[in-house]
Design a protein around this ligand. Sequence first.
Ligand SMILES: Cc1ncc(C[n+]2csc(CCOP(=O)(O)OP(=O)(O)O)c2C)c(N)n1
Length: 560
Amino acid sequence: MISDKKHVQQLASLLLKKGITDIVISPGSRNAPMINTFTGIAEFHCLNIVDERSAAYIAFGLALSIQKPVVLVCSSGTATLNYVPAVAEAFYQNIPLIVLTADRPDYWIDQAESQCIRQENIYQNFTKKGISLPLGESEKELWFSARQVNECLNLATSGKPAPVHINIPFEEPLHKLVQEALPEVKDIEIAEIKAILTEQELSKLVDSFNRSSKILILAGQLNPPTELNNIMATLVDKTGAVVVCEHLSNLSYSSFCTGIDLLMTGIMDENIESFQPDLLISFGGQFVSKSLKQFLRKHKPAQHWHLSMSNDHFDTFQSLTKVINIEAADFFNALTETIHQHDHSYLELWKNKETKVNQLRDSFVENTEFCDLKVFDRIGKHIPENSVIHLGNSSPVRYALIHQSVKNALYFGNRGTAGIDGCLSTAVGYTSASQKLNTVILGDLSFFYDSNALWNKYIGTNLRIIVIHNGGGNIFGMIKGPTDSPAFTEHFFAENTYKAEVLAKAFGLDYFKAENEGELGQALEEFYSPDQKHVALLEVFTDAETNCKVFRELFKMIKA
Ligand SMILES: Cc1ncc(C[n+]2csc(CCOP(=O)(O)OP(=O)(O)O)c2C)c(N)n1
């Protein structure tokens, strides 16, 4: 059985034609025609999440996992506004979400009607396109609506993917069901095109590349790139270009440089000009490292090329000279075929420094007291190879990037907007469709903020949650500024004495805790044991002041 509402029938038909079948529904009345239609068709895979903020982050995590668009369905009113944080995160990470909001007919808006707000274009800053479907079901209105839905669904995945919004007004009755097949609707396809460089442009780029002796390539946050890793490795071997990446770039090769924050601290004062690039090439999303940005803003390259499928003019380092509208893999492939061998002295300079810094880090971590820095080292050594790791904001992602990455692991983090409000939900959504072991590591505030992520039936047994309980927002003690304020403890650190244990028990998770190194080692053994067959939460208690002291000492030591 499906709803009798024809616009919804058409929409469902087009979603199926375009292979979009994963739907995250939040309950409501106005969205009944969508709920009845999607759940009435076996091909759709429907989840139900009550809290719309969490639902949208779960949909986002699911879309990351299956690498396909995911549909969100909610009622009208504030339900729709709760989607905004995840829609923004998806927008800045180029993930397609199809957001379907139910609405009342426009003649009831602002007329003291229940659960009614101005819903048209509410996500306009974070979507590629937003439409409101017509209410009437005449032939012309149905044709118009099908054309607009086609356009929205095509835009979500073409070029630079992004969320789209379809607002659908419904008149009562909302629950009328019919025993009918979905209507045949024209699927307007979008032709696949591949951007390539003209011969003239390629030869100009190759010429510039060959004339540069210090080439730095920055790979920002990337969803697991399949062929790019090997292409970049070949390029580095041939040219001695320096590839700088973070765990979230999901690239890995012995000649790439990672651990950027510490490495930058290591080069900040000493012989810094020799590290300054002539040519900088960047692609992918954001970098976490602030010191990398500071270094490049101060020591600007003569040329900066940014590779972007949507001609983004990202002038992050105030030195942008060229935007190249091409896939990174295609660009580096084309380049590698034609460029000369370069000498490897620039690469050796960076790699030698990285080796030294890493040695200093390892002996420092071994000798330091129990603190977050040490906890992240131990966690990294226990997470099994081939895992998926989700890093929370803000100090978890920073600590994790200081340490070596886990072998063959995939890394994710909500770095599009760096919110603390959906890190757990994103991980829950990702894990629900993942065959691998997934670990999410979050601070205590982020965990409590998003604990509704646990309020559903879809938590995979392959999920491990680690809460670093340092008594509040410890990041504010680590960065310059907040500790000077008299409002520090109450309004920046936001001291937190609640424990995750009670919530873990409420949601039926196995619970582990650690308050010192011995307990942590023991807990991690059990937490990652093959005998641990159920979803589990490990709460690690550390002292906020010790964490800040050790963190500062590490950077001071590297600098010295
Ligand atoms: C939605 C949202 N609100 C506020 C912030 C600002 N913020 C950044 S980090 C942070 C504290 C995080 O605390 P916790 O999760 O305990 O991690 P810790 O700082 O201890 O590592 C806050 C409030 C944010 N990033 N996102």
